[in-house]
Design a protein around this ligand. Structure first.
Ligand code: ASP
Ligand code: MG
Length: 410
């Protein structure tokens, strides 16, 4: 008998019929003798609908009131799921984030969970009830409703699992696990039985949409046993995120490939090659709260140098405007850019112990005439910035090059 937290995403609770299916699945886990806490998202499309409503009302919705509106989606699903469970004879009780309470900081629409009171949940479990908690939401110390950012129900689930010291946190979604890459782009993509925590963290931050990055960080911090499974398909063990790397197992050099179109490149040409220039450019960008990702500064030539970096695509025009105004102060010849670029990354803990991975990647891309604009690396990943029209080709080429379509040898 274990304590299991199960999270069901928007697609999994997208209709009355699907909610009834979720109820059956929960009932089955219960019948196996486990205690179950269920976290649900809003029905698919609902959060988008609520965002659109708020935007119709106010060009820049009031942050506190926006969270009041957005949190209603999940409140509907918890109630419906509790009804569905009671209908099939399973005692259940639903809670909103503030009823639990899931306490967060005051950063509306991107709040961080600070503390969870597990007393009500414990009492219900003790009484043999299934506990249903609204994902994506919490409450500030002042009693205001907060939300955790899009995709935040994953984080709710992992945080609850940590607070309850659950034996496992199961994320049920519309795919049956974590894949070597998006199967819609590469049909040969394979589900991984396990993926290491470090790899999952990179994949989530590099554009793989399976788990909200914060949920992975949370799982790492509290060592929550985390598994991704399909809610639409019976059976299967999904993908387990592991914390220990198996020393005996031959590690694949590359485990997964992520891609991300939410990228734009900015170039600042002909700046004086002197101390402080990177700070002048990037300091101004940081002060405007714009996230900078890849950065390149060329070796100076005759007293000047070129500087390039990437920002999220939505920040492209604001960054150009900002640096356009600063151009004369910085002493740059030209500020330009390109917002039809994308980032493709290979990830694998096996890179730690293999050389030549980068050159193999670059050779494969060159063979298909894909030009690399920027490169960045960490211990377990290599990312390239390329023209977005080659994103899918590059992903397929790399998937093949690193033999991700082949079964890993044990
Ligand atoms: N309903 C929220 C969203 O659509 C939270 C979630 O689904 O995880 O982003
Ligand atoms: Mg999600």
């Amino acid at each position: 008998m274990a304590l299991i937290v199960q999270k069901y995403g928007g697609t999994s609770v997208g209709s009355v019929e699907r909610i009834k299916n979720v109820a059956k699945r929960v009932a089955k886990t219960r019948a196996e003798g486990h205690d179950v806490v269920v976290v649900v998202s809003a029905m698919s499309g609902e959060t988008n609908r609520l965002v659109a409503l708020a935007n119709e009302m106010q060009a820049f919705p009031d942050p506190r009131e926006l969270d009041v509106v957005l949190s209603t989606g999940e409140q509907v699903t918890i109630g419906l799921l509790a009804m569905a469970l009671k209908d099939i004879g399973v005692d259940a009780k639903s809670y909103t984030g503030w009823q639990v309470a899931v306490q967060t900081d005051t950063a509306h629409s991107k709040a961080r969970i600070e503390q969870i009171d597990d007393s009500k949940m414990r009492a219900d479990l003790q009484a043999g009830r299934v506990v249903i908690v609204a994902g994506f939401q919490g409450v500030t110390a002042d009693g205001d409703i907060s939300t955790l950012g899009r995709g935040g129900s994953d984080t709710s689930a992992v945080a609850l699992a940590a607070a309850l010291k659950a034996d496992e946190c199961q994320i049920y979604t519309d795919v049956d696990g974590v894949y070597t890459t998006d199967p819609r782009v590469v049909p040969e993509a394979r589900r991984m039985d396990t993926v290491s925590f470090d790899e999952m963290l990179e994949l989530a931050s590099l554009g793989s949409k399976v788990l909200q990055i914060r949920s992975v960080e949370f799982a790492g911090k509290y060592k929550v046993r985390l598994r991704v499974l399909s809610s639409l398909q019976e059976g299967g063990d999904g993908t387990l995120i592991t914390f220990e790397e198996d020393e005996n197992m031959e590690q694949a050099i590359v485990s997964g490939i992520a891609f991300d179109k939410n990228q734009a490149r900015i170039n600042v040409r002909g700046v004086p090659d002197k101390p402080g220039i990177a700070y002048q450019i990037l300091g101004a960008v940081a002060d405007a709260n714009i996230d900078v990702d890849m950065i390149i500064q060329n070796v100076g030539n005759e007293g000047t140098t070129d500087f390039s970096f990437t920002v999220p695509r939505g920040d492209y025009q604001p960054t150009l405007d900002l640096l356009g105004k600063l151009k004369n102060t910085i002493g740059a010849d030209e500020v330009s850019g390109d917002d039809s670029v994308c980032k493709v990354s290979i990830v694998g803990v096996g890179m730690r112990s293999h050389v030549g991975v980068a050159s193999r990647m670059f050779r494969a891309l060159a063979a298909d005439n894909i030009n690399i604009q920027m490169i960045s690396t960490s211990e377990i990943k290599i990312s390239v910035l390329i023209d977005e029209k080659y994103m899918e080709l590059a992903t397929r080429v790399l998937h093949k090059e690193f033999e991700l379509d082949k079964e890993k040898e044990a």
